[in-house]
Design a protein around this ligand. Structure first.
Ligand code: JEE
Length: 293
């Protein structure tokens, strides 16, 4: 997969080719070293035409801060997509026949980024990320890009960052661990059953958060590993894990439990009698039962 990142802070991403920075280490770094990932960093200021390499201007209509200029972004996207590298060389015609790629624009006003997006991006040949700064990018840039390619405006969460770079790192980490050949993929990625995510149909843990996990030693600072996990009784272990997952999800993400219940005709298809007891104890009415407290 080829990944282009356009930013005024290419240094933010370190030197992926040298194994340094967020894209150079761990699984992403190893996939890059094997040639499965090809990162290209682009300094947006390269496409600024004035002597000060200006990329921002005051917002029309007034208001705080600055907005990134559409002409600079348009030239950058044209060049990166056509692969010319020449400043403002791309015509509308050459942009129209740009190689298939998806443009991803992180923004606080975007669609919430989910595991579903990560899976879709992992299936693409080429991703292009546009990192904004200041108060964001002139809205016409995305409108214009949509005439040539698929464009996603996504948000990684309900808080305000100073720019899109950190969001790109988050998105790439979620995407790259799903790539075929990236270690852990066969096991861990297939196990992903995160709420609203890509857990397979019939996965008993789909839509739930994972419960607690343990490793050796069995006893640590007077705290014991739950005996069921040492029992060798796989059925009992699976049941315990589901109970813990239900309890944890009810406690920290009641919205996911509600989604599970409402999305499946009262949860009939996916909630057994034991599930209903566990959820009732956690204060969730299931199947017309009243709240436990
Ligand atoms: C990209 C610039 C900073 C600050 C206006 C008005 C917005 C942009 N989950 C996420 N949080 N933040 C980002 C993100 C932030 C960015 C850019 C992504 C480019 N910025 C910026 C303020 C404003 N504010 C009041 O409501 C909040 C806009 C992001 C992602 N992905």
């Amino acid at each position: 997969m080829r990944v282009d990142i356009i930013t005024i802070f290419p240094d933010y991403f370190g030197t992926p080719a040298k194994g340094a920075g967020p894209l150079g280490v761990s699984l992403i770094g190893k996939a890059a070293a094997r040639g499965e990932l090809d990162f290209r960093l682009h300094d947006l200021r390269k496409w600024a035409t004035d002597v000060h390499h200006t990329v921002d201007d005051t917002p029309f209509g007034g208001g705080p801060g600055m907005v990134m200029k559409p002409d600079v972004w348009g030239a950058a996207l044209d060049d990166v997509l056509t692969g010319t590298g020449a400043v403002a060389a791309a015509s509308a015609a050459s942009a129209a026949c740009a190689p298939l790629a998806r443009l991803i624009v992180p923004t606080p006003s975007g669609t919430p980024f989910t595991q579903g997006h990560a899976a879709a991006y992992a299936a693409e040949r080429r991703l292009v990320f546009a990192c904004g700064r200041y108060e964001g990018i002139d809205s016409r840039v995305v409108a214009d890009a949509r005439s040539a390619m698929a464009v996603d405006e996504v948000s990684i969460g309900d808080y305000v960052l100073a720019g899109g770079e950190a969001a790109v790192c988050v998105i790439l980490e979620a995407v790259c661990r799903l790539l075929p050949g990236v270690w852990g993929n066969e096991q861990s990625a297939a196990d992903d059953s995160f709420g609203g995510g890509t857990g397979e149909e019939g996965d008993p843990m789909r839509g739930l958060l994972e419960g607690p996990v343990y490793t050796r030693p069995r006893s640590w600072r007077g705290r014991e590993v739950p005996p069921v996990l040492l029992s060798g009784d796989h059925k009992a272990i699976a049941r315990w894990r589901r109970d813990e997952a239900l309890r944890r999800t009810a406690a920290v993400r009641p919205d996911l439990v509600s989604q599970m219940i409402s999305g499946t005709a009262g949860g009939a298809a996916i909630l057994d009698a034991r599930d209903r007891t566990v959820l009732a104890e956690a204060g969730f009415p299931v199947d017309g039962e009243s709240m436990a407290h």
